[in-house]
Design a protein around this ligand. Structure first.
Ligand code: ATP
Length: 249
């Protein structure tokens, strides 16, 4: 048995359209991998197969050797597979601290009934404070989420996901909609993620990808074209053609 996520020969067809083709990859503790590819390459579908939103037509998905395929999306989160920014919903009128508290309680399955008494639980408060600190949100702790800049709201979503204590984290376009003046917040937050977490970043912003990824997987028409270090990918003529072709097309 090996630690982390193992995907073997994954296929997915919607009717006659095959959108994932024989995808094989690993996500090990500490990995910082990016999944890139043109629009419609099948990145979101791949993420949905891992998180259990979609079911593969064939192929294997294992976490620490355990077959994930029979598990519902909710059970996969409990097993340690989390994806921002879909499972997270911010309560915009509540404060940052209250949102984080709810996420911790949700993980503990204490639910909303405990909410009123929760601020009396030192263990929960300690964990919330650590998350606020990790994401540089301490000074905004008691501000309503809706009063914060968009980039900061995305940080809160990331903090909420980490409150679930995932082992595999899929970041789905973490910089989407974030003004370039705030994108450094996202980069810094990714750099501060726990070192043993396995991270897969799906992102169109190549600047961000090359800043944070140590390995890049290129998906084209549902299949992996290549996987390599950022410098290998940047030098790959097929990848250059793909992106230059897209830019000129
Ligand atoms: N539920 C579905 N039913 C039928 N076809 C689908 C479904 N979901 C996705 N597809 C098709 O699968 C292909 C891959 O889509 P997907 O959204 O996974 O690509 P993507 O790489 O995430 O694209 P983008 O970068 O634009 O988000 C597309 O042709 C899309 O139309």
């Amino acid at each position: 048995m090996s630690a982390g996520l193992e995907v073997r020969g994954l296929n997915k067809a919607f009717g006659g359209l095959t959108v994932s083709k024989n995808i094989t990859l690993d996500l090990r503790p500490g990995d910082r991998k990016a999944l890139i590819g043109p629009n419609g390459a099948g990145k979101t579908t791949f993420a949905n197969l891992i998180t259990g939103i979609d079911r593969p037509t064939s192929g294997e998905i294992r976490l620490d050797g355990r077959d994930l395929r029979p598990l519902s999306a909710a059970r996969r989160v409990r097993a340690g597979v989390a994806k921002t920014f879909q499972i997270t919903t911010l309560f915009k009128r509540l404060t940052v601290r209250e949102n984080l508290r709810l996420a911790v309680l949700e993980r503990e399955r204490r639910g909303l009934r405990m909410f009123a008494r929760a601020d009396g639980d030192p263990a929960v408060e300690h964990e919330v404070a650590a998350l606020l600190d990790q994401f540089g949100l301490l000074r905004h702790a008691d501000a309503p989420v809706e009063s914060l800049a968009y980039g900061q709201q995305r940080l809160i979503e990331l903090a909420l996901t980490l409150a679930l204590r995932p082992r595999i984290l899929i970041l789905d376009e973490p910089a989407a909609g974030v003004p370039s003046s705030e994108s450094h917040l996202i980069v810094e937050a990714i750099e501060r993620l726990p070192s043993d977490l396995a991270v897969l970043i799906i992102e169109h912003d190549m600047k961000l990808v090359f800043q944070v990824a140590r390995s890049i997987i290129v998906l084209v028409a549902g299949a992996i074209l290549t996987e390599g270090t950022p410098s290998q990918i940047a030098a790959d003529p097929r990848v250059r053609e793909l992106y230059l072709g897209a830019a000129h097309g």
